[in-house]
Design a protein around this ligand. Sequence first.
Ligand SMILES: NC(=O)c1ccc[n+]([C@@H]2O[C@H](COP(=O)([O-])OP(=O)(O)OC[C@H]3O[C@@H](n4cnc5c(N)ncnc54)[C@H](OP(=O)(O)O)[C@@H]3O)[C@@H](O)[C@H]2O)c1
Length: 345
Amino acid sequence: MILLTGANGHLGANLARRLLKDGATMRVLLRRASDNSTVEGLAVERAYGDLRDPASLLAACRGCDAIYHCAAQLSTVAGGEQQLFANNVLGTRNLLDAAAKNGVRRVVVSGSLSATGHRWEGPTDETEPFDPFEEHLPYARTKAAVEHECLKAVAGGLDVVIAVSCAILGPNDFKPSRMGQLLLNYAHGRLRAYVPGGFEFVAAADIVEGHLLAMTHGRSGEKYIFSTQFMTVSDLLALYGEVTGRPNHALCVPAALLEPVARIGEFAHRHLKIGGRQLLTPAAIRLLRLERRADCSKARSELGYHSGSIADAVRDAYDGFVSRGLIERRQSFAVRSLESERTKA
Ligand SMILES: NC(=O)c1ccc[n+]([C@@H]2O[C@H](COP(=O)([O-])OP(=O)(O)OC[C@H]3O[C@@H](n4cnc5c(N)ncnc54)[C@H](OP(=O)(O)O)[C@@H]3O)[C@@H](O)[C@H]2O)c1
């Protein structure tokens, strides 16, 4: 029996479907008060609990051989430190403790590239330490502390491997994720401006594969970075244009101009509780400007990891949104220009 935490989330939803396709018997940890429709129709056993409730985790781990721990509180804004600490750091500690008490063979914990140090002169690999004196979001600090919890558990005799994710793009995005929301905004013509820069992205199918490889071939106490490719924001928007059939009309605005706007937005959101979901946070702008690149050589050489395609991941995400009625399908941009050329001829 496999226990999966975070099955409602973007990564967990993809991992659950892949595990079921591979014939796994699975239990998922769900919170009673959450919208759990994501797992409806899936042949999984449900365990209700919370990462902050150790007793519920003891029960959820009972009889399990392996655990995929994908649950976490994600955040790209300042503030909320106590809640992030409780969900991510103490939650992981509670789960690893329950796993050890239940004799679980191996736990794969989802990590974040934000918990690995930034290398200015080239791609970051697993050896680059997280620098606590740099400017970090509370979320990144908790993900670094999660890695400490994993190493403490390994020192205590538990087998734990960390599968590090970059920004995920792909289908089964039910909440939707920040990247999914960006695609929705783009498809509805609501993306007015963006900042130059770029980031390392991972296709949902690739990070799922990474988790499976970490479970089967990873070395205990090690972390492995999984990425598909680095992309600039303009490349990503060009891809969104191709997939949605809507050319990119968003303005590329220098970060120095958009940052004050993002700071005001964050202040209004955090202290005055106004404004919707903020995608362009000051931290997101800072991250894009860093143009972080990831080196997956360790995953390739030790685990036999091969990355797939971001274009496919975006297409699958788009198809998922179309099938759920969140986007109305348009004729592809490329097809339309071909057809207009044919008409002219
Ligand atoms: N998405 C990315 O781009 C990205 C990038 C780097 C790393 N990661 C890492 O990948 C993992 C999965 O991320 P994701 O994108 O799938 O996140 P997500 O879509 O926000 O899903 C998070 C999941 O965690 C669950 N959860 C949160 N707090 C919980 C608690 N106290 N008890 C039980 N369940 C709890 C949520 O359950 P509810 O439905 O009940 O809220 C949800 O199922 C995380 O470890 C994250 O740090 C993600």
